[in-house]
Design a binder for this molecule. Structure first.
Ligand code: SPD
Length: 353
């Protein structure tokens, strides 16, 4: 029965699904009626979660109540019982928000970042932007520092400066140098203005479209790269492939976010194969749900909103990504080819642009 539901939802949603995905959605429905929370709990791309909910409704296993909440019917509750599916449990540490790194460990750093970024540029749709919370950005830097990847290192941040991670690394004042490259001139100007006004001379930001190969002087020049790519395969190569190409030598390190809200675990396997077998890096850390994103203002203009089985605002933050750390091993590959822009931001699994 459940495998059949997965098959039907897969046909409806156009993304790969299997039995476990149905179980996770049912488990989520036992604790929340909010569609976006269900997406979060079930670790599914929106088109997949939406298709599963729609199939459950068609089968009389779930229904939409008068406040646009999704709830299990008696038939749904009977099925859940029969299958032995339990309510989703959340044991996330409230102090560190589940990252294992308390963002308040360096209070002056956190406060300075908050103060300086009050007027930060808003996330816009053009480049698939969606900013992580300030607590996430600060925790990224502390996580990197705890792994020995900040002090006296040359660090490059590629794309995704809507999260202001490059700015935060520079404000931490421990790196040897920081270069931020991003397609969005608003962010580049924002960073450079802060560097200038605070007299931070070892950091700079420049506009760059990562679809284009990196210039020679950037290749093989850095100890650490940081990024947060859109989850399409071409964007993964442009952000992460090129990130690896900036590393000076083996032992170089990369950090980036990968989400299951815009890609499936099947796609993650492709990414991981490409990282380990093609680019020659080892994955040393994956901290699931490390990165928490503020819901972007353009949410109601996206395919995700259009696909949602109910049109109700998310009840809380729901979009998260895992924090990956990779280490380049001897013989790692520097990839730096041009990339077309046809499916750069959006494909069948992605829907939040
Ligand atoms: N389009 C909405 C926000 C997307 C944020 N990007 C997250 C990328 C994770 N790798």
């Amino acid at each position: 029965m459940i495998a059949e539901l997965a098959q039907r939802a897969q046909e409806l949603g156009g993304v790969k699904l299997y039995k476990r995905n149905i179980e996770r959605v049912l488990s989520g429905l036992l604790v929340s009626d909010d569609f976006w929370t269900i997406v979060d709990i079930s670790d599914l791309p929106v088109p997949g979660a939406s298709a599963i909910v729609k199939v459950l409704i068609e089968e009389g296993l779930a229904f939409v109540d008068s406040s646009d909440g999704i709830r299990l019917t008696q038939k749904g509750l009977d099925l859940v019982k029969e299958l032995g599916i339990e309510p989703h449990f959340d044991y996330t540490c409230q102090a560190c928000e589940g990252r294992g790194i308390p963002f308040y460990a360096k209070p002056e750093f956190y406060r300075e970042f908050l103060q300086l970024t009050k007027e930060r540029p808003k996330a816009i749709r053009d480049y698939d932007q969606g900013s992580v919370t300030p607590e996430t950005t600060i925790s990224r830097v502390l996580f990197m520092d705890a792994r020995g990847d900040v002090r006296n290192k040359n660090i490059i941040v590629l794309g995704a400066e809507d999260d202001l991670t490059g700015l935060a690394i520079a404000l931490f004042r421990k790196a040897r140098s920081v270069l931020v490259i991003d397609i969005d001139k608003r962010l580049i100007d924002f960073d450079n203005e802060i560097f200038r006004s605070l007299g931070i001379e070892n950091a700079r930001a420049m506009v760059w479209d990562l679809r284009n190969p990196l210039p020679k002087e950037i290749l093989g020049s850095y100890d650490v790269f940081v990024s947060d790519p859109p989850e399409t395969l071409p964007a993964f190569r442009a952000f992460i492939g090129r990130g690896i190409a900036t590393l000076r030598q083996d032992g170089g390190v990369g950090y980036f976010g990968l989400t299951l809200r815009d890609s499936s675990v099947f796609r993650w396997r492709d990414f991981q194969v490409s990282l380990t077998t093609e680019f020659g890096v080892a994955i040393t850390d994956i901290v699931q749900d490390f990165n928490i994103y503020e819901t972007w203002d353009y949410h109601k203009e996206t395919k995700a909103w259009e696909l949602a089985p109910v049109k109700r605002d998310p009840q809380s933050t729901w979009y998260r990504s895992a924090w990956y750390r990779v280490e380049a091993l001897p013989g790692f590959k520097r990839w730096n080819e041009p990339i077309g822009d046809d499916v750069f931001y959006l494909d069948e699994e992605g829907s939040t642009t």
